[in-house]
Write a protein of this length. Structure first.
Length: 43
């Protein structure tokens, strides 16, 4: 999508969306790993 963006505002917004999506992905991965660690401690 960023390649087809016509103006700078669109490119900026798409970059921000991509950055936030990456942050969400990192948070979910961290939560997943923490949950796995907690499950291992319960056994």
């Amino acid at each position: 999508m960023s390649l087809s963006a016509k103006d700078e505002k669109d490119r900026t917004q798409l970059a921000r969306i991509s950055e936030k999506a990456e942050q969400i992905n990192t948070l979910i991965t961290d939560i997943f790993h923490a949950t796995l660690e907690e499950l291992q401690e319960l056994t």
